[in-house]
Design a protein around this ligand. Structure first.
Ligand code: HEM
Ligand SMILES: [Cu+2]
Length: 568
């Protein structure tokens, strides 16, 4: 009865959606899939911009003083603005929108077996605020004094006073853009949590929910719990900039270190906010392409929750040289080393999942395995930085840059490619080209290591970050150091060129790829029981869930998979 009523109501809604204008269908839609695409495509466009900035400032480092093709001369001020906005864009306007908002919006209703998010209009508002935030950020780059150059961490006094940062409008617009972006994700996050908790298919218990949904929900909770203090901090920073207050100014009774605490109280959990959805995507891919049950599924979930809680107690490891009490530094060293245990454990559980599986190296699987290999390097190097004594030497060198790119690049780029190549058939109803996919994989992963391994080396040699021309420092301007810098830049250019193969493959496969059918990878989770692409409302009749998500190669069964919606 009840389900009939829902269907009838839905049918009516469905009919109303036909014959809609382009505007209503693509720009003003409340369909979770359309909003997912809006987030994803905006994020991917911003990724191109962030990568272009990296290209410009890396060219300046490799060939200092020369005009950069497609950009021109890089002044010190422009260099700072490029680095700052590269980092800000990659974290706030690429990793967040693509991983959480893009995949979250696409996958949560489809994997939970419901027709849309619980609050579709809040969802639409979330994207609109996000788009506004991106536009404010882009506009800030064109202000008369240029974009903000005080680093994505925006430490005062540099960020608080135009006297120091020289970009009054750029600095304030940057703060406003980041604050708007937070508002967008608070709005969107409500939906992720409520939908995954309350709108699951009949029969779907908490431990039948796929890991990627679990992880996006935990990530959203982490975001919501950590961002509040930083929003307060951002308001104070804006007041210091515009109204001349002194929240972060010691001569007026304020304290610049306060900002660092507020920023990193958010900033460190933020790493897990983007890491968890990435790990979730990888979990879905490795189970499907090794035809194995997820090893210790429940343990993974408990570990994720424990890691999330622990991630609130490590933030001051970013402040070891900021004059904090060394006894406090000891505590944060211990918590930081502690948090590496559950993360390492998760990587081992993933590897255990692969063990003994019938592994198929399709493109999504290559990306998933690439994620595990590269992310491990990022994680392992973090242990050195977490030790307060060692960090006095490492702090603010390129060792740190290499370390966090070995975490963020796998998260924001490698896992995203795993997800896109895996769910592309569902999203667009067609397969991507495998050969081009593999060329793109190797053309990205090999140069990636050539970009960042040299940075570990120059970092260990004492190369400080955020410097626009190392020829000013004789001990850093040696031919050997310069050769490493050039290697890194050339590898970046090579990697960027290979991205055109992906763009080509993406656009052409969307129209002309082989038809995918509903379930081309023979997967279990509910999204694969919908048509590809799923229509508005996702299913004519909503699915019922009969089992957990990872019943692959179950002994005694003819098929090596057992979809969640199939009756026993
Ligand atoms: C496309 C390849 C990339 C290259 C070649 C690259 C290169 C760099 C370099 C050399 C710096 C340091 C500049 C300095 O401190 O002087 C930097 C900063 C940064 N990058 Fe990247 N990066 C890339 C991708 C990414 C990605 C995917 C993310 C995150 C998702 C990211 C996040 C950051 C952040 C947060 C900073 C710090 C910015 C700051 O100091 O304010 N980068 N990048
Ligand atoms: Cu941290």
């Amino acid at each position: 009865m009840a389900s009939h009523a829902i269907e009838a109501a839905h049918g009516a809604g469905h009919a109303a959606h036909h014959g809609e204008s382009f505007f209503r269908k693509y720009l003003w839609s409340t369909d979770h899939k359309t909003i997912a695409f809006q987030y994803m495509f905006t994020g991917m466009a911003m990724a191109l911009l962030g990568a272009f900035f990296a290209y410009v400032f890396r060219m300046q480092l490799a060939f200092p003083g020369n005009a950069v093709p497609f950009f021109g001369h890089v002044s010190p001020g422009k260099y700072n603005a490029l680095v700052t906005n590269h980092g800000s864009i990659m974290i706030f306007w690429v990793a967040m929108p693509v991983l959480i908002a893009g995949f979250g919006n696409y996958l949560i209703p489809l994997m939970c077996g419901c027709d849309d998010m619980v609050f579709p209009r809040i969802n639409r508002l979330s994207y609109q605020v996000f788009l506004l935030s991106a536009l404010v950020l882009l506009a800030s780059l064109f202000m008369p004094d240029g974009g903000f150059g005080g680093a994505w961490t925006a430490y005062p006094p540099l960020s608080a006073s135009a006297k120091y940062n020289l970009t009054p409008q750029g600095a304030s617009m940057w703060v406003i853009a980041v604050a708007l972006e937070f508002v967008a994700f608070l709005l969107g996050g409500i939906n992720f949590i409520v939908t995954a908790m309350n709108a699951r298919a009949p029969g779907m218990k908490a431990f039948d929910v796929p890991l990627v949904v679990w992880m996006i929900v935990v990530a959203t909770l982490l975001f919501m719990a950590s961002v509040g203090p930083l929003i307060a901090g951002a308001v104070m920073l804006l007041f210091d900039q515009l109204l001349g207050t002194g929240f972060f100014n010691p001569t007026r009774g304020g304290d610049p270190i306060l900002w660092q605490h507020l920023f990193w109280f958010f900033g460190h959990p933020e790493v897990y906010v983007v890491l968890l959805p990435a790990m979730g995507i990888v979990a879905e891919v490795i189970t499907v392409f090794s035809r194995k049950k997820m090893f210790a599924y429940k343990t993974v979930i408990y570990t994720v929750i424990a890691t999330g809680i622990l991630s609130f107690f490590v933030w001051a490891h970013h402040q070891f040289v900021a004059g904090i009490d060394p006894r406090m530094a000891n505590v944060f060293t211990v918590t930081t080393v502690l948090i590496s245990i559950p993360i390492a454990e998760m990587c081992f559980l993933y590897i255990a999942t692969l063990y003994g599986g019938s592994i198929r190296f399709a493109t999504p699987m290559l990306w998933a395995l690439g994620f595990l290999a590269e992310f491990l390097i990022g994680g392992a190097t973090g242990i050195y930085l977490g030790a307060s004594g060692a960090d006095i030497f490492f702090h603010d060198t390129y060792f740190v840059i290499a370390h966090f790119h070995y975490t963020f690049f796998p998260i924001a780029i490698i896992a995203v490619f795993a997800g896109i190549t895996f769910w592309f058939p569902k999203m667009f109803g067609r397969m991507m080209n495998e050969t081009l996919g593999k060329i793109h994989f190797w053309g990205t992963i090999i140069p990636f290591n050539f970009i960042f391994i040299p940075m570990f080396m120059v970092g260990l040699n004492g190369e400080h970050r955020r410097i626009y021309d190392y020829t000013h420092f004789p001990e850093l301007a040696t031919p050997a150091m310069q050769a490493l810098r050039t290697t890194s830049t050339i590898a970046l250019v090579v990697m960027l060129l290979f991205q055109f193969i992906f763009i080509y493959n993406f656009l052409v496969s969307m129209r002309r790829g082989r038809k995918a059918g509903a379930n081309p990878w023979k997967s279990n989770t509910l999204e694969w029981s919908a048509e590809s692409p799923p229509p508005h409302g996702n299913w004519a009749e909503l699915p019922v869930c009969h089992r957990g998500p990872y019943e692959y190669s179950v002994p005694g069964r003819e098929k090596d998979y057992w979809p969640q919606h199939e009756k026993a």
